[in-house]
Design a binder for this molecule. Sequence first.
Ligand SMILES: NC(=O)c1ccc[n+]([C@@H]2O[C@H](COP(=O)([O-])OP(=O)(O)OC[C@H]3O[C@@H](n4cnc5c(N)ncnc54)[C@H](OP(=O)(O)O)[C@@H]3O)[C@@H](O)[C@H]2O)c1
Length: 270
Amino acid sequence: MINQYFIPAMGFGTFGRTGPEGVAAILTALETGYRHIDTAQTYQTERECGEALRQSGLKREEVFLTTKISTDNFDPGKLVPSLCKSLEALGIDRVDLTLIHWPAPNGALPMSVYLEQLAAAHAAGLTKLVGVSNFTIAHLRDAKAILGTLPIANNQVELNPYLQNGKLVTYCNSNDISVTCYLPIARGRLAGDPVLEAIARRHDATVEQVALAFEMQMGLIVIPTSGKAERIKSNYAAINIRLAPEEIAAIEAIDRGERVIDPAWGPAWD
Ligand SMILES: NC(=O)c1ccc[n+]([C@@H]2O[C@H](COP(=O)([O-])OP(=O)(O)OC[C@H]3O[C@@H](n4cnc5c(N)ncnc54)[C@H](OP(=O)(O)O)[C@@H]3O)[C@@H](O)[C@H]2O)c1
């Protein structure tokens, strides 16, 4: 499954996948079939992603790579050099997607300061697509006004059956912004949920596979991670599950608006 920006719906997250074990996990993901890898300047996994990509023997163009600009690199003159460093760590000439990791903490810096640098990185050919992460509808409106004709290809946000972010997804869908779900399996918190467990039994699946299938069927992109080969493979197998409309409706009904990542300096969520 790929979307209008050719972003594979099933991606592999790399938060925590550092060092030789991280390289091994990312390599397992690539060998399993994942063709979309998500990293960030703050994760310290860009080097590991590059190493796993080289070890996999896959061609660069076969794997969609996303990185994210740290809020530390927003000041004038900092963003483009920081992305060049990311490319060096990854060992590639261009990433597929560069995201602004968070809006400036406490809104302390005007958005134009970092988005204009992001647009310059795009114009310089350092990234094929640009996007954002943890942006609210109000942020997206401001960002669109600043970026003009340069599309916001993606907004990466926390999203899983317990935090479905309906208003934001509706806004993104009607503005041609694809949505990536981080914490798509709620870091293991879905185990024991009676609705998900019942659906999982019907499909001979895990609750994590059901959550991932739900999100992809809603047209969203998912980036689960694991350090364990068995889970990396079983999460990937969610691409083979097709949920019935009544199962989708049942999962929609368990939304609790339960957010895990919510820093004090973060935005006023929708
Ligand atoms: N943009 C942002 O601000 C932002 C914020 C957070 C995350 N992210 C991105 O989103 C990715 C995913 O988020 P996340 O890693 O925080 O959460 P997640 O993918 O929802 O959950 C990962 C956790 O769940 C466990 N797990 C994985 N598969 C499992 C399974 N089948 N059954 C039970 N437990 C399982 C893993 O433990 P084991 O390793 O022990 O399997 C790991 O601790 C990150 O890696 C990162 O790339 C982005």
